[in-house]
Design a protein around this ligand. Sequence first.
Ligand code: ASP
Length: 309
Amino acid sequence: MKKILFLTTGGTLSCKETEDGLVPELKGTDILKEVPELQALGKITVQDICQLDSSNLIPAYWSKWAEIIGDNYSDYDAFVISHGTDTMAFTASALSHMLINLGKPVVLTGSQVPLSVANSDARSNLELAFSVAASGLPGVYIAFGNKVIKGLLAKKIFSKNFNAFESVNESPVLYFTKKGVKKNLPSREVVGGFRVENKMNPHVLSITMTPGLEPDIIDFAVNKGYKGIVLACYGAGGVNTETENFLPAIRRAIEKGVRIVCITQCLFDGVDLSLYPMGILAAQAGVESGGGLTLEAAVTKLMWELGNK
Ligand code: ASP
């Protein structure tokens, strides 16, 4: 039987209803007691790391969790993390960057309705997550609802629907439909030794381009000490270059060593900075293309690169 380390961090899955709203309270042992079927999927050890709504997570937590996985790597076959859904895609992306040459599964899950409430999605999500962990498929994944998604591609697209996450720009690793399971399994081959590079520079700001936005927001970010900016542009990579011309502010920022990465506000297809003059001019000014990266993947990639390189 596979040895699985179950790390609990809070989120709705572990919440109880209180007069202040839903508050995470269940510990890992409580969860295992509620869902005894999980014990059939592996020899599970619990480590309660924190009891937080995931809105309260900051990058230092991701670094700590990567370290915990690194410290326990040789003692376990797989890792399952219970987590709030709201920032789960950020954590999954961050861990995907930090856990290099990962040869074991690290599976995040949570739920839209607390485990303690009747007809919650928590039970089935936990079963899915532990099944993926037991399968030995290497990589960071989110197992949730009807999908298993690579950590770097996940995005929360529903605030209440049980199939809360989407896999962006690639089919999910597993997709359960009424007609059966569609598989898009990644290779199990891992080249190179596992290592953890878990430093994060949190000074990354994301700015969403909206009509009328003034370019001095970029200068403001630079003066505040941000070292990276993720610019969520229109469509294939549109930046205002005329009526509120962003190019001078972009050039000033890049001259000061600030990295600016362009992603799209669209959910699918990513950016192509070679398509329109706005994208071409932005690229000439030094803006980097984020390709098909989601906001979550782009922000965490920049934090990670600025932290480790
Ligand atoms: N607010 C909760 C959280 O992210 C939502 C959830 O877990 O579904 O912690």
